[in-house]
Design a protein around this ligand. Structure first.
Ligand code: LRH
Ligand code: MN
Ligand code: MN
Length: 388
């Protein structure tokens, strides 16, 4: 089994969006370890992201988080990014770090708090107009810690009203993307806990409202590829936040904890037509590199996505469908597993070289001297945002 031209052409079109915050220092509630060379500005985050793209040709887009990536002039930031060979992607709103949002944001009982949260999204849309971004991604920390603390149903109604106000502001080329998460920081109930709630809310808004699936946001044991299949069927899979986890929202390198799960997810993406660039599925990473260097951490991540995409494209779908039709349980499973167990790394290395890229991007990074340069030049790099 080798990577034929048809597969390589599809891989050549793959676009992965890097999160600006992956380049900042992050950690747990116990400790944030400072990594030497961490960016001090948005521009330095963009430079690091551009390095990942230069060595892999996989990551030409960078997602921003507002206000973590607030600047005075977004048009200038856009030009700065484009000069580095990357473009600005998804704009992520943030209503989870201000005191005023202690009891919620878009769901809050107080209209004045909801107004402030809606206005923040208007500001994000204004930024999107200047950066040329398509997607406004909303993740809410809204929820409660104790039974009885809030009126779950009323909060859902207020959420619908708030989202409708935000949706009314986006242009026909833009999308509202609603991310769900089953718990944390709220521990009893979360206002957008699952894909069904996200789907119900975005379906009520209209065509340009879609769901974001963060792979770390489900209860252990959840069949995530099933959700992928269903959302694609419904035309509502807007984006991924890729990462991996052993326990909760660990935000580890995608494909690190469970490469087979990543394979199964990407297989369903392909099955549902989601790999086609016109399908509008954004392949974003949402990760934190707590103990490893960040630029090579991102290189490892995009390579993991590429490798699993290549393996998933290797599934002999004709043979698989025939086996499924025939009720050949073990035969179908074997066809699926054959693709998963194929080591595509040598073929990908050769292909990279044929495109003028390093065969081994991580080795090329280590030899480039970039890490040393940023460690020397950047003193006092900042945290990704939370806890800052
Ligand atoms: C929430 C989340 C969401 C935020 C990001 C920093 O856990 O996944 O996407 O924007 O982390
Ligand atoms: Mn996320
Ligand atoms: Mn998360």
């Amino acid at each position: 089994m080798g990577l034929n031209d048809g597969i390589l052409n599809q891989l050549a079109e793959q676009v992965i969006e890097l999160p600006s915050w992956a380049f900042g220092n992050s950690g747990t509630r116990f400790k944030v370890f400072a990594t030497p060379g961490t960016p001090r500005t948005v521009e330095e985050k963009l430079a690091d992201a551009a390095k990942v793209n230069e060595l892999t040709a996989l990551a030409p887009k960078v997602a921003l988080h507002i206000p973590w990536d607030k600047v005075d002039d977004y048009a200038a930031l856009r030009t700065y990014a484009e000069d580095l060979g990357v473009s600005l992607g998804t704009i992520n709103s943030n209503t989870f770090q201000d005191d005023i949002y202690k009891f919620g944001s878009l769901t809050h009982v107080d209209a004045a708090v909801r107004r402030k949260a809606i206005d923040h999204h208007y500001e994000c849309i204004e930024i999107m107009n200047q950066t040329g971004s398509r997607d406004l991604k909303i993740w809410l920390a809204d929820g409660t810690n104790y039974p009885g603390q809030g009126d779950i149903r009323g909060r859902q109604d207020r959420l619908a009203d708030s989202l409708a106000e935000i949706y009314a502001r986006i242009s026909p080329e833009q999308r509202l993307v609603l991310e769900y998460k089953f718990f944390e920081p709220a521990f009893y109930h979360t206002d957008v806990p699952d894909w069904g709630t996200s789907y119900a809310q975005v379906a009520a808004l209209g065509e340009n409202a879609v769901v974001c699936l963060d792979t770390g946001h489900h209860a252990p044991g959840t069949n995530i590829e099933f959700i992928v299949a269903q959302l694609l069927r419904l035309g509502k899979l807007g984006s991924f936040d890729f990462n991996s986890r052993f326990y909760a929202d660990d935000d580890l390198i995608v494909g690190a904890a469970d490469p087979f799960q990543l394979f199964r997810i990407i297989y369903e993406v392909i099955r549902g037509g989601g790999l086609d660039p016109d399908a509008g599925v954004a392949f974003m990473l949402d990760q934190c590199h707590n103990v490893e260097d960040k630029v090579p951490g991102q290189i490892r991540s995009v390579l993991n996505v590429q490798e699993m995409t290549a393996r998933a494209l290797l599934v002999d779908t004709d043979a698989l469908f025939a086996a499924q039709q025939a009720g050949d349980v073990l035969g179908a499973n074997a066809i699926f597993m054959d693709a998963f167990y194929t080591d595509v790394r040598p073929d990908l290395a050769t292909w990279r070289e044929s495109r003028g890229l390093p065969a081994d991007p991580l080795k090329a990074y280590a030899e480039s001297g970039y890490q040393k340069t940023i460690e020397t030049e950047r003193v006092g790099g900042t945290q990704a945002g939370w806890g800052a």
